[in-house]
Design a protein around this ligand. Structure first.
Ligand code: TYD
Length: 246
């Protein structure tokens, strides 16, 4: 996009600054929060409650989801999730999710964090590690590596993992309206593998995760999530407020 290109010494200075910020792992004044879990874990309900609560406090909240969140990402979502698009082999699937994520980070998540928003994202890299890396057997390390490249190393400030027994998740999915998508239709053993992969990710970096038993009532889960957000908000004094109030 020509409107965003920079030239001359001011542009170069901005580039150097941006590079320094990325190296330091500081992406900007905002926050990047992800909700993860198997299909039927109740992520949407928790994201709705969290979004409303944060907005009531006047925060600038950017709600988004994967795959999707951008024009190109939503097209990739159709390709990879809809039945009847022809065979999607596991490597193609992994690369499509990573491509959608690259666009999402570049076009939406990083800009929002830089303006001081709280980004609430339904799924991120851990979904690829669980579904493609563990579930489809592509290997956790390889899938982590292509995603690290795709996102230029952007890591969430917090991942809320809604941990759910495969049988509970299956029941919830059956109760939901509409047909299962291509990936949701996989069997219960697959969902057990996913669950273990999500829990492994959380165990490897416990300071970055909040793991909750998703069978609990929605309001109880929401109350358990609030303190973690309050801590993060308190440690990010540069968060933006929405113009025009809550
Ligand atoms: P979605 O309709 O968003 O389901 P949910 O409400 O369960 O999040 O569908 C996303 C599907 O895509 C879901 O089955 C998980 C899968 N998925 C992957 O396999 N890899 C990924 O990297 C992502 C983001 C999603």
């Amino acid at each position: 996009m020509s409107g965003e290109s920079v030239s001359g010494s001011a542009g170069q200075a901005a580039d150097v600054q941006a590079a320094d910020v990325a190296t330091a792992g500081l992406e900007g004044p905002g926050l990047f929060v992800v909700v993860e879990g198997g299909d039927g874990a109740g992520k949407t309900t928790q994201l709705d409650l969290l979004q409303r609560w944060l907005q009531e406090q006047g925060h600038d909240v950017e709600r988004t989801r994967e795959p999707g969140g951008t024009t190109v990402g939503e097209s990739i979502r159709e390709l990879v999730l809809e039945h009847g698009r022809g065979e999607v082999d596991p490597r193609t699937e992994a690369l499509l999710f990573a491509a959608s994520r690259a666009a999402h980070v570049a076009q939406r998540i990083r800009p929002a964090v830089r303006r001081g928003a709280i980004v609430l994202c339904d799924r991120y890299i851990d979904s690829s590690i669980a579904y493609q890396g563990a579930g489809r057997g592509l290997g956790v390390e390889d899938v982590a590596s292509i995603n690290s490249w795709a996102t230029e190393g952007l890591v969430p400030d917090l991942t809320i993992l809604l941990d759910v027994e495969p049988s509970t998740a299956a029941r919830r999915r059956a109760e939901r309206e509409g047909a299962a998508d291509r990936i949701e239709s996989a069997d219960e053993a697959f969902h057990g593998v996913l669950r273990a992969a999500f829990l492994d990710r959380a165990a490897a970096a416990p300071e970055k995760y909040l793991v909750l038993e998703a069978a609990a009532p929605a309001e109880q889960l929401h109350q358990a999530i609030r303190p973690a957000l309050e801590d993060l908000v308190a440690s990010h004094p540069g968060l933006a407020q929405r113009s025009g109030g809550a």
